[in-house]
Design a protein around this ligand. Sequence first.
Ligand code: ARG
Length: 579
Amino acid sequence: MNIKQQLAEHLAGQLDGIDSDTLAGLLEYPPNPEMGDVSLPCFKLSKQLRQAPNKIAEQLAERMPSHPLVLKAQAVNGYLNVFLEFTAFTRELVQEILTTADRYGSSTVGEGKTIVVDYSSPNIAKPFHIGHLRSTVIGNALLRIFSYMGYKCVGVNHLGDWGTQFGKLISAYLRWGSEEAVRQDGIEELLRLYVKFHDEAEREPALEDEARAWFAKLEQGNEQASQIWREFIDISLKEFDRVYDLLGVQFDSIRGESFYNDKTASVIEQLREKQLLEEDEGAHIVRLDAYDMPPAIMLKKDGSSLYHTRDAAAAIYRKNTYDFDKCIYVTDYAQNLHFQQWFKVIELMGYEWGSNLVHVPFGRVSLEGVRMATRKGNVIKLDDLLRQAIEKTLEIIEAKNPQMEGKEEVARQVGVGAVIFSDLSSNRIKDIVFTWEEALNFDGETGPYVQYTHARACSVLRKAGGGERLAIGGANAADAAGTATVAAELLNDDVSQLVMKQLAMFPEKVTQAMEKYEPSIVSRYLIDLAQSFNRFYHDCPILVDDAKLRSARLALVESVRITMSNGLRLIGLETPERI
Ligand code: ARG
């Protein structure tokens, strides 16, 4: 049940030429209960209806036909304030949540459509740092949200495994490195070699030429260069996989930029045919002056491809392979221009699906105010961050509940949850200043707070059933639903009603999160729901003797548990039942 949708359909009949979808989009939840439960700001309709807002509101209030979910409607200052008939509303909602259970909030809008999500995409031979965490966590949440809305989703990891830096690394490896050291210290050693190369090259510029030569060999398929390069990839993937395992992230396709190397020639060919390519000091570019952008360099002087070229080739390959409706790229906003440029190039090539390429940018992470720089070794490694978060959770558990069963597993679920949630807790476009203190803070508006609240609901339901897991899920939920049909009128106190209203908002929050590519809409919703549920828990005794009241409240608890668990899973957190 979407309460706004229902009201909108009901109201649409009263307003000439305004459809219910427009109305549903205008309806708001007023900040305080005196202003009703849902309200329509009529000034947004006055232009189209050529009437003053208060006139529209008054007419609607007068002529509003009766509806089982509506108690009354009032016109106040150009708003139509609708008060819900709470018993009917509660009964319908609880029934819906308990019967749809782990599908509550889902939809089928995406059926038959495919979304490709290009996310995470770290660079080989460099540590997986917290900048890539953002792409991983946001992309993973979007993938889950789109799947929940019925889309077929393909998660793609576009590894950065190509570019001149590999020439530098090969050169550094042969000069100062060894197979044993790389085997032993992995990316750490590769980073040391990379940093050393830059230090040395400052003193000895000829090194840059040597590196360029190695990259050229790699491009030509030279056996020695390729073998060393493949070793870098193996070592890196081994470490990345550890992080992905901890985060619970999986990809449908892992293809490095190198995969598209032999596909760039066709891009260049097409550009040439369309006379879009221009020679400029030996390089080949596509001019974008008409679109207020600097030219996109597609081919370097030495004939090698660029990041742009490989992205264009990859998009064409993906269109042919997956026939996507949208292909989404999750990177930090420093790459805005890059995406705008090559999206335009695709469009100019005549691919009308160019408009279905979407860049989802996010804010940058700085280290207590200082920009991170891999070359300088100034990075926070994700591995460290996750491990510290898990350790800290384990310490808290040891202090509070040392007897807990499976505490290592719970520490992992909660520690990792804290890191993911903190990344998703504000608008993605906001810059993040990383501090250890904040990253390891579990109080207030954090993932552990929501997970803990979820576990609290599970625990009440366990106690109510007397035995293990009784009343959670399956047949017991349906029983609770049956009882709630009778007792919904008992959930008429302010706090229960607040919780109910929030539960009803979940489906539209998921839709908004999808439409705006903004998982933080779900995480902020979860904080609000957790806060009001904790108020309910504090104010309303649940396991009371009155059997009717008890089952009504238990039905509310179960509804909260279901919604919270669905929301947590959508943003990539696990849902331990005991903490
Ligand atoms: N490897 C790139 C980086 O770390 C991100 C790649 C994003 N995906 C893409 N198709 N360009 O900045």
